[in-house]
Design a protein around this ligand. Structure first.
Ligand code: PAF
Length: 293
């Protein structure tokens, strides 16, 4: 497995293009099993490049950019055990060295949810993802479904800017008790980890109501919010349509149940993507068609 730090180093990546569609798995490091599952999913498609870059422009002024876990040596050890062609690990100067006059402005999907009280977050995400796409020039890019809004905002960029890249959203990995894997779980004490289960419980309750036949957004939302009270504070609970992230009182079709809350020092998010039909509710996915969830 090679490690590339500069854009010049990336010339060494080009030989992998002959081996099949080049797959990019963009990450901010602090890798866990969830990231590794994205890599495994990518390796079924073609040679995989993982990027590791803690992107300053997507953090708000009071967020955890300074303390975000940077565990490069451990990350590289984890990736060495997998079929990874190379890791692109630039420093901030390499990506933003000449300053930033041009950036990508997200469309309406960035409003509310994780974009609600973080006005520059998705512009930061899109700008760095566009830079990574320009540098690595992947055929396919894989993102975690846990960041559902991020997946949909990026997919809008790819569509609007006609980027020739196929996007895949890979399923969320969970602990046995349902807690979604996240780099920020390491901030939690044992008791906060127990408290954090309320995010999954809120989603499970929402799903249960849908399975019992309820199709009213206000009812599902109220039940989700009730569970979230166990968190230290609630960022949001929401029920949105996929892919446009619109709201409708009648729930039908591809639907996102999404929650974000603060527990101790961590801001945690989680979601379920469901196909809601007249009589049936099943797991679904965010991007593309004709594949298993
Ligand atoms: O999901 C993440 O880890 C980041 O938002 C991403 C996509 C790597 C961009 O910095």
């Amino acid at each position: 497995m090679e490690v590339w730090q500069t854009t010049d180093d990336l010339l060494r990546m080009n030989r992998f293009r002959e081996q099949g569609p080049l797959v990019l798995v963009p990450t901010m490091g602090a890798l866990h099993e969830g990231h590794l599952s994205l890599v495994r999913c990518g390796a079924e498609i073609g040679p995989v490049v993982v990027s590791i870059f803690v992107n300053p422009t997507q953090f708000g002024p009071n967020e955890d950019y300074g303390s975000y876990p940077r565990t490069m040596a451990k990350d590289l050890d984890l990736l060495k055990a997998l079929p990874v062609a190379g890791v692109f690990a630039p420093d901030v100067g390499e990506i933003y060295g000449e300053g930033l006059e041009t950036s990508v402005r997200p469309g309406h999907r960035a409003q509310g949810l994780c974009g609600g009280d973080r006005p520059d977050h998705f512009a930061g995400v899109l700008t760095v993802v566009a830079k990574l796409f320009g540098l690595v020039r992947p055929d396919v890019a894989i993102f975690g479904r846990k960041d559902a809004q991020q997946c949909l905002v990026i997919s809008q960029m790819v569509e609007d800017l006609k980027m020739p890249i196929k996007l895949v959203d890979a399923p969320t990995l969970r602990e046995k008790d349902g807690l979604a894997l996240s780099s920020r779980n390491r901030y939690l004490s044992d008791s906060q980890r127990q408290q954090a289960l309320c995010l999954f419980q809120a989603l499970t309750e929402g799903r249960l109501l849908l399975e019992q036949g309820c199709r009213k957004r206000s009812v599902v939302l109220a039940a989700m919010e009730a569970w979230l009270q166990k968190a230290d504070s609630i960022d949001y609970a929401d029920v949105r349509q996929v892919p446009d992230l619109g709201r409708s009182e009648d729930i039908f079709g591809k639907t996102l149940l999404a929650v974000a809350a603060r527990v101790g020092p961590a801001r945690l998010i989680d979601n379920l993507v469901l196909q809601v039909d007249d009589k049936q509710v099943s797991d679904s996915y965010l991007l593309g068609t004709e594949r298993k969830s």
